[in-house]
Design a protein around this ligand. Structure first.
Ligand SMILES: C[C@H](O)[C@H](O)[C@H]1CNC2=NC(N)=NC(=O)C2=N1
Length: 97
């Protein structure tokens, strides 16, 4: 069973995720990505969905046209865990492609 990160672990992890913001209320991280159009945005979401399903760790997200707002937290842990950090890293790699 995955545990929520400690404050120190969280601070260290967030240092490596400069594109993500910390949501204290949810103990989560968030990132908004804007694409050229809906098709690009949905293609990205499809890529993320396959990685998330493989990891059995899923984002909370919204999509409006070319904009995708992503929130990562671990429901089973009641907060931010290493699984969120790993998924955020994978998402960043897809965006940098
Ligand atoms: C039953 C299933 O394995 C669990 O519900 C998984 C699915 N995806 C998940 N995703 C996220 N973000 N947090 C979880 O705790 C989680 N748990």
């Amino acid at each position: 069973m995955v545990e929520a990160l400690s404050e120190a672990e969280r601070a260290d992890a967030l240092d490596g995720l400069p594109e993500w913001d910390y949501d204290e209320g949810r103990d989560a991280i968030t990132r908004t990505v804007v694409f050229d159009d809906f098709v690009q945005a949905f293609g990205f979401m499809t890529q993320v969905a396959l990685v998330a399903e493989k990891a059995n760790h899923h984002p909370e997200w919204t999509n409006v046209y070319n904009r995708v707002e992503i929130l990562l937290t671990t429901h089973d842990a009641g907060g931010l865990s290493s699984k969120d950090i790993e998924l955020a890293d994978a998402i960043d790699a897809m965006i940098e492609e």
